[in-house]
Design a protein around this ligand. Sequence first.
Ligand code: RIB
Length: 299
Amino acid sequence: MKAVVFGSMNIDKVYSLAHLPEKGETLYTDGYEIHVGGKGLNQAVSLAKSGADVSMAGWVGTDGGFLTDFLNESGVNTDMIQQTNGFTGHAVIEVDRDGQNQMILFPGANKEITENYCDTVLESLCEGDLLLMQYETSQVEYMLRKAHSKGIITALNPSPYVDEIKKLPFDCVDYLILNESEGQMITDKTDVTEVVEALKALNPDGVVILTLGGDGSVYADKSQTVSVPAFKVNAVDTTGAGDTFTGYCLNAVLNGAEPCEALRTASAASAIVVTKIGAAQTIPTFSEVKSFLSNLDKN
Ligand code: RIB
């Protein structure tokens, strides 16, 4: 099975702070780093590190060549990436000493993607291949409808949440992977069990995978609901944890892993990511994830 991630590629400008700023507050930073990022890029790297055959589709500007280079070095095919004359998307990320973050996004080239480009990407995919998307690019609805009608397996991480996400054709989504607050906002419910049931109802034949931060994660389809706890680690930066989870979990599920095992592997991969500053460059290889898990089993 071939996987294509149609998604965002961002330059992450990461500022370390003692605490996240209040309204009107000016703060000096403890540090500033530039990293590769974007939910699409991070998820493509996660799929590749977990062992998938994955290509990245999306747009960067003239300043985004290093993102493509990073993807290539990480084992992601970049032949479909298009460069435009404008700016690459970027994220301003503030991280506090507890590892919590807040972010502003400049979409740049990510939101300039055209239907013509989408058609080229769709032509490269066959029935049974995987298309994974997030919500940081233009054309998500177009891609979902066309991919579904072609029999392509669709996975959507509806992040970051904006109200127009509620209007997406969820009946075209085979795998819906999201965090608790996104689930709550899409369903207008707060209780996790009710959120999961409401998400399942959006596509009764689909799979819902809900991450709950420190409370673990849930897999639900029409025949079963499975939960696993999170691993307790010392979090330094949670950026990219959800993206890492998404790539690892999807690859495991689509390769026949039991849901419980897929969630556990993905949780381990994202637990490793949060112990380091940055997103894509901290995503572990599959052998690092296996040794993390076997060390736990020994203790
Ligand atoms: O999910 C983390 C990512 O969100 C960051 O890399 C940033 O670029 C934003 O897209």
